[in-house]
Design a protein around this ligand. Structure first.
Ligand code: G3P
Ligand code: CA
Length: 387
């Protein structure tokens, strides 16, 4: 451990104590309320991403918000998928009738081979079934569930809110908005129309719309009073803990040279505040991690000796000022993505996903995108009880 690193217990103590005393709450969020649990792609730790069944499970587990990513079909229908390319999350490859649709497309400047949503009608999409894209998660539900249209998720949200008496929020993301706009399938207007149809096109509605592209949020700002969240991505974390940031694709197209990291400086945050209500950064933009360098190879060391280099070999650094700077401007902070699997947990967490939530909750985040709603919620409940 270097002087830049800090143990989890000490960090929690340092962050928690003064704020606890001041706010009488374990959660130094912008509004003083407990942080939101956002069910990332549904109950994606347990079931295939983005299915009605997965969203229903996330709601049953107690999620505050459910999160659908949006792409568009050839006939202009918003469907719920993480990528326009259907190859990893559906059984399209097993449908001989669609074999000829396989092709190569440029998605945000990168060449991809597969089957693309914009080549299929909704009726055709409905013949596909969802599959689990991650090799380390259960494939037991593969082939069972349909690909939902966004409106089906909105209908489920309304139905479950009525059934449970709990107003469940929805957190849609415009996926690759410039790419869709260039295909003549812009996402923003149909998104707002769908929200309007379900009486959610109101400032006070339990809705956050998110995007990795400022241009999409700026367009939405003119169309809806809904709360907007700017997502910030990166390529990787370097061994020294610095962030290897990439550029938003709308910036690439417009010639803006800034990266996502530039948007997290005080000046960048001030600009975000002009078109968004919050930020959704990748976790290391708030609390980064560093590798131990193997003196023999000069490369990151396999600290736990399991023959792979992953999060378990990383040590957390102290939190930076991004949460504080964002809160000063009135911006909410919703980092992503929280996962239970050991390979996603830094050494400090000692294989306990609850410890990661505790750290970020104590640091003041206003919500978390989680693949495991139940773990996030259980940790939040314990902290609320002073445990
Ligand atoms: O939506 C928040 C965050 O999860 C963004 O990442 O890749 O899951 O859309 P992704
Ligand atoms: Ca290892």
């Amino acid at each position: 451990m270097t002087t830049n690193t800090i143990s989890l217990s000490l960090l929690t103590l340092l962050l928690g104590s003064p704020l606890l005393a001041a706010a009488q709450s374990p959660f130094p969020t912008l509004d003083g309320k407990p942080p939101l649990v956002i069910a990332h792609r549904g109950a994606s730790g347990y079931m295939p991403d983005h299915t009605l069944e997965g969203y229903a499970k996330a709601i049953a587990l107690g999620a505050d918000y459910i999160e659908p990513d949006l792409v568009m079909t050839k006939d202009g229908v918003l469907i719920v998928r993480h990528e326009p390319n259907l190859k990893d999350t559906t059984d399209v490859a097993a449908h001989p009738e669609f074999a000829s649709r396989k092709r190569t497309m440029q998605v945000d400047g990168t060449s991809e081979e597969g089957w693309f949503a914009s080549d299929f009608t909704l009726t055709e999409i409905k013949t596909l079934r969802a599959i689990q894209p991650r090799a380390d998660r259960s494939a037991a539900f593969n082939g069972q569930f349909q690909i939902p249209a966004f409106e089906e998720v909105l209908a489920l949200r309304a139905q479950k809110s009525a059934e449970t008496g709990r107003e469940i929020g929805i957190y849609p993301e415009t996926k690759h908005p410039t790419y869709h706009q260039q295909l003549g399938l812009a996402l923003e207007k149909p998104l707002v129309a769908a929200l309007s149809k379900y009486h959610l096109n109101r400032r006070a509605a339990p809705v956050f719309i998110q995007s990795f592209e400022a241009a999409s949020l700026k367009a939405l700002r003119k169309m809806t009073p809904n709360k907007l969240v700017y997502l910030l991505d990166a390529k990787d974390v370097r061994p020294d803990g610095s962030i290897d940031a990439n550029q938003p694709y709308d910036f690439v197209v417009s010639g803006d040279k800034r990266s996502y990291a530039d948007m997290l400086t005080p000046a960048g945050l001030k600009e975000i505040r002009t078109f968004a209500d919050g930020i959704g950064p990748w976790k290391p933009y708030l609390i980064s991690w560093q590798a131990m360098i193997d003196p023999q190879t000069g490369k990151p060391a396999d600290v736990n000796g399991d023959k792979v280099i992953d999060q378990r070999d990383m040590t957390l650094l102290a939190p930076n000022n991004v949460i504080r700077d964002a809160h000063k401007l009135g911006l909410l902070v919703h980092p992503y993505t929280f996962r239970n699997e050991s390979k996603h947990l830094a050494a400090n967490f000692m294989d306990k996903p609850a410890e990661e939530y505790r750290l970020f909750f104590a640091a003041g985040v206003d919500g978390v995108f989680s693949d495991y709603t139940d773990t996030a919620l259980a940790t939040r409940n314990l902290m609320q009880q002073g445990q």
